[in-house]
Design a binder for this molecule. Structure first.
Ligand SMILES: Cc1cc2nc3c(=O)[nH]c(=O)nc-3n(C[C@H](O)[C@H](O)[C@H](O)COP(=O)(O)OP(=O)(O)OC[C@H]3O[C@@H](n4cnc5c(N)ncnc54)[C@H](O)[C@@H]3O)c2cc1C
Length: 421
């Protein structure tokens, strides 16, 4: 596929990969006539994971077509000879030969790269919240979960972060009652919902005040929180981590063993813990001890992988954890990529083509966490947000109206030209 054509290969097409690819199609490819984008992703769909906590409950509230969106549709705006979309899973990278190997339905294939951007994110323990290994699996997980949920009388959720709080709030709102303003803690509950967190507060990213408020809203939908305990194992093993173990099998309750010896029983266990990076295809010497890709925190290059290799998003060691960080990372990578492409002339690197744009991560807390369909907590750049603002910004529709910001690259439509370019 290369020859005279120089491939810019992007691996992964979720928040980071799709946004970076649109940035390249809009602001890099038009300036570099011999360059071609190749985007490799295991599924032809982009998954709007932000909407997953409500979409997983009932497809009438958030229909599948709002959270599973065709990647190809967003690329119709570009000339088809400037890009190639591949449905495949990367299985290896050869940094000497500058080749990515990937698996498709036809078998193992490979593509040479002139520049490489790694955006393979992470995999959540529950298949409800991850587009990996495929969105077909995510859809099936949601179908199984939606069918079983109305009959469930006990649900245990592992974790105290945003994913756990959001899914707990949605289930409580759906099965028990809404967290309306003056509602007392409900007594006649249809389902008992328990969140188990090893932390001493919910929502580690947010302030203690926001976390305390989140617990109050959870209580109003009939969900309780157990603090300072860790789930050490489940029976059956891997409960909630595969489609087969998403819900209790043949009415047998799932047993959830905690580190203090207590055993909880539930019809459904949801492991809403942090995911692990999806980097098994990356050579070991390019990984940190947590299996993130060793990324230069200033330039976002993977220095040990040779020239013109970058990592972005959750797979990168330089990622701060929220999709707003991805937007800032695309700006830095796009500038530095253009610089690197300009530096390569007649098969040689020229070191003198300008300075690198430096990534500075915004650290003030910013997170919106809906709790059911009427309440929520959040902060924006450190500022506390009232519940109704969180509802307007996210809880009303889980932002399904702005998916085109990513899938069509509308968020990066305007080129962010750096002053030193
Ligand atoms: C339930 C939930 C709700 C969330 N809500 C928010 C929110 O409201 N706001 C916010 O800022 N963040 C939110 N997040 C976090 C946000 O989803 C992540 O920060 C974001 O998904 C990271 O994007 P990414 O592209 O780096 O990785 P991922 O989204 O993990 O995507 C990685 C992509 O790479 C693909 N891939 C993996 N391995 C390979 C391979 N070997 N070859 C090819 N492709 C591969 C995957 O299939 C996937 O398409 C939420 C997370 C969850 C779980």
């Amino acid at each position: 596929m290369e020859g005279k054509q120089k491939n810019i290969v992007v691996v992964g097409a979720s928040f980071a990969g799709i946004l970076q690819s649109h940035c390249i199609m809009k602001h890099v490819i038009p300036k570099f006539p011999s360059h071609h984008l190749v985007l490799i992703n295991p599924s032809p769909d982009f998954f709007w994971v932000v909407g997953a906590p409500r979409a997983a409950i009932d497809d009438k509230m958030v229909p599948d077509e709002k959270v599973f969106l065709k990647i190809a549709d967003g690329f119709k705006q570009y000339s088809s000879d400037r890009y190639t979309l591949i449905t495949g899973t990367a299985t290896g990278i050869d940094t000497e030969q500058r080749i990515v190997q990937y698996r498709t339905e036809k078998g193992i294939e490979e593509v040479p790269y002139h520049a490489l951007l790694l955006a393979t994110g992470g995999k959540t323990p529950s298949p409800l919240f991850s587009p990996f290994p495929s969105t077909e699996q995510t859809r099936e997980a949601m179908r199984v979960f939606r069918e079983a949920l109305p009959q469930a009388r006990s649900i245990v959720i592992g974790g105290g972060g945003a994913c756990a709080v959001e899914i707990g709030g949605e289930i409580g709102d759906f099965l028990n009652t809404a967290a309306r303003r003056f509602a007392a803690t409900p007594t006649n509950l249809k389902a008992k919902i328990t969140l188990v967190t090893k932390g001493t507060k919910l929502l580690p990213t947010l302030s203690t005040a926001a976390a305390t408020q989140a617990e109050k809203y959870l209580n109003r939908v009939g969900a309780n929180v157990v603090y300072g305990r860790k789930v050490i194992e489940t029976v059956p093993q891997n409960a909630g981590r595969t489609i087969e173990t998403l819900v209790a099998i043949k009415g047998e309750k799932v047993k959830i063993h905690l580190d203090d010896g207590e055993v909880l029983e539930a019809d459904i266990f949801i492991p809403a813990f942090h995911g692990k990076p999806s980097t098994s295809y990356v050579p070991q010497h390019l990984l940190t001890d947590t299996n993130h890709i060793k990324t230069n925190p200033s330039t976002l290059r993977v220095d040990d992988a040779g020239p013109r290799v970058f990592a972005i998003g959750e797979c990168s060691s330089a990622f701060g954890g929220a999709s707003m960080h991805i937007v800032d990372q695309t700006k830095v990578i796009t500038t530095n990529l253009k610089r690197d492409l300009r530096a390569f002339v007649d098969g040689k690197e020229r070191p003198d083509t300008g300075r690198d744009r430096i990534y500075e991560q915004y650290t003030k807390p910013s997170q919106f966490v809906p709790i059911g369909r009427s309440k929520g907590v959040g902060q924006l750049f450190g500022w506390w947000l009232p519940s109704w603002v969180v509802w307007i910004l996210k809880g009303r529709t889980y932002m399904v109206g702005i998916t085109h910001w990513y899938t069509a690259g509308d968020m990066v439509k305007k080129e962010d030209v750096w002053k030193y370019e």
